[in-house]
Design a protein around this ligand. Structure first.
Ligand SMILES: *[C@@H]1O[C@H](CO)[C@@H](O)[C@H](O)[C@H]1NC(C)=O
Ligand SMILES: *[C@@H]1O[C@H](CO)[C@@H](O)[C@H](O)[C@H]1NC(C)=O
Length: 525
């Protein structure tokens, strides 16, 4: 054993580590998903591994080296064009039907999976019989068909979850969390603690989503799997998707307790939130640096993320926002794709913004954001309080959580946005408690035994070294629901009780039945 330890420490010290072949699948439409996928690819490549990376935004990855081989599925972006404006602000100002949204999301991600797997480049990869991988890392986004890659390459699977740990991913490695205290990730208004009626609502919401996913998504997933992956699986290794999806070794989660809830998590869930942020902040471009250095009253950074475009803002709303921002004494940097006429002198519009470098500047006093998880992570990383304007997906729960933690305010996306925003911006700027709170959370966020990037690499290597890390698997995974709730015991007790009642009635009637009937008969006579 000693020689082994010595040998491995020599290998580590000399920088000679075994290089693994890793297949990374993160083919989603959004910029934020690409940032998260790129982050994983870079950490693994920098650790000396060979990464084959299926990505929809290959042009965005800044990496100089040979360890990442990109497989371009940018055709997936066509789905974005076909979403019929459902990702626009206008749509969300007018639409309030949440269930329609959920079906819509499920469909988009199914379509995305189908386009990814049917893509010629991916089919070429699958057809190449000389190809092998040591581990698969696949992004989970309301879709589980990529679990099929583990069967194709006969190797362990790691799910990557971009959101806070929630029941839909935890059920894959352990069990679904209890809806009484864990909110649906797509919920638009619930937050813990729940009242009686909210708990009922949470339960029904859970049942609805469970039903929809179990019927609609599972069937379609299996279809896609059978059509595009099964032909590439060695027939002796064929396993149904319903087994594969529950056979992952780990979930790497883009979460951290400073950002979310202190929920109990299985051993095979590893929180690596914040890994996408570079340790060294990139310097600001000269024009933005000058604006920020000169801002004596501080800078407010306003960005609605990458999915919501300025052209989607109603004209009247743009004018009202400009008027409100112009009335502030702070300098405003607004990420917006178009220059606006009559722009007040304290408002600067940039079509592209180095968000992390702006938030890192000591003069940045407030972040107005759509509340995407990456933006909230960066707000905490750099310690900047936030006004959140959630628009869709997990943004509602993210912002709600930030408000509960005490470093943010929420504003709804309505035509009254400018007025509501004004109230909350003034609230935060005039009360130091929000900044104090975010600095406190920032300390908790940074105070970890290792950096999230190092943790990511460690666990991926651990899975390969231990052939799928079976020792981390939760015993709850294969215990059916009725056994967990002891419904079988309940059934047994009910049967015994019924049996007892039945016997007692029988005995009574055997002993007294005859006479009581005669008594009655006598009376009647
Ligand atoms: C990111 O990728 C998309 C799609 O490939 C492209 O339109 C965009 O210009 C890229 N952005 C950058 C900064 O490279
Ligand atoms: C489940 O995963 C383990 C570890 O990666 C692997 O050894 C096993 O073959 C997989 N089971 C199935 C049914 O694919």
């Amino acid at each position: 054993m000693m020689w082994f330890l010595r040998l491995s420490s020599i290998l580590v010290l000399t920088g000679i580590v075994e290089s693994y072949k890793i297949l990374l699948i993160s083919p989603l439409l959004g910029k934020s998903h690409a940032i998260l996928g790129d982050g994983i690819a870079k950490h693994l490549a920098n650790a000396g591994h060979e990464v084959t990376y299926i990505t929809a935004m290959p042009g965005n990855l800044s990496y100089k080296g040979r360890n990442i081989k990109k497989i371009d599925v940018s055709q997936n972006l066509d789905i974005m064009k076909a979403t019929g404006g459902k990702l626009s602000i206008q749509y969300h100002i007018e639409n309030k039907d949440q269930n329609a949204d959920i079906k819509f999301f499920f469909n988009v991600f199914l379509e995305n999976a189908k386009m990814t797997l049917s893509n010629e480049a991916v089919q070429d990869l699958l057809n190449d019989k000389s190809q092998h991988f040591d581990v698969i890392v696949a992004e989970w986004m309301f879709n589980e068909v990529y679990a099929g890659f583990a069967a194709v390459y006969d190797c362990p699977l790691i799910w990557f979850s971009t959101m806070e740990p929630h029941w839909m991913v935890l059920r894959l490695i352990d069990e679904a969390t209890n809806p009484a205290y864990s909110i649906e990730v797509l919920s638009k208004h619930l937050s813990t603690p729940l009242s009686f009626s909210q708990r009922l609502e949470a339960l029904f919401e859970r049942m609805y989503i469970y039903y929809l996913f179990q019927t609609f998504v599972h069937d379609k997933d299996e279809e896609i799997y059978n059509k595009y992956m099964v032909p590439h699986i060695n027939s002796q290794k064929y396993t149904s998707l319903d087994i594969l999806r529950y056979n992952a070794s780990l979930i790497l989660g883009n979460s951290h307790v400073s950002l979310g809830e202190a929920s109990s998590l299985p051993q095979s869930y590893k929180a690596i939130g914040g890994y996408h942020i570079d340790r060294d902040v990139k310097p600001l471009p000269d024009n933005i640096k000058k604006i920020m250095d000169d801002a004596n009253n501080g800078v407010i950074y306003f960005s609605m993320g990458s999915n919501i475009k300025s052209r989607d803002f109603p004209e009247e709303l743009k004018q009202k926002l400009l008027k409100f921002l112009g009335g502030l004494k702070q300098t405003v940097i607004w990420k917006f794709e178009e220059e606006l006429p009559n722009r007040p002198s304290n408002v600067h519009i940039v079509s592209w913004a180095p968000q992390q470098s702006i938030l890192a500047h000591p003069n940045c006093v407030l972040f107005i954001s759509h509340g995407g998880l990456l933006s909230i992570t960066e707000a905490i990383h750099f310690g900047v309080p936030l006004v959140g304007i959630p628009v869709f997906a997990d943004q509602f729960t993210n912002v709600e959580r930030a408000v509960n933690k005490g470093f943010a305010k929420k504003v709804l996306i309505t035509l009254n946005l400018a007025e509501d925003l004004k109230e909350q911006v003034v609230n935060i700027l005039n009360d130091p408690k929000y900044t104090a709170k975010v600095k406190e959370l920032s300390f908790i966020y940074h105070d970890r035994p290792v950096t999230p990037g190092a943790e990511l690499v460690f666990w991926v290597e651990h899975v390969v070294k231990t052939r799928g890390a079976p020792h981390l698997r939760s015993p709850a995974l294969h215990v059916p629901f009725y056994q967990k709730l002891y419904l079988d015991l309940l059934a047994l007790i009910l049967i015994l009780a019924l049996l007892a009642v039945f016997l007692i009635v029988k005995i009574f009637s055997a002993f007294f039945g005859q006479s009581s009937i005669t008594i009655n008969n006598k009376k009647l006579n």
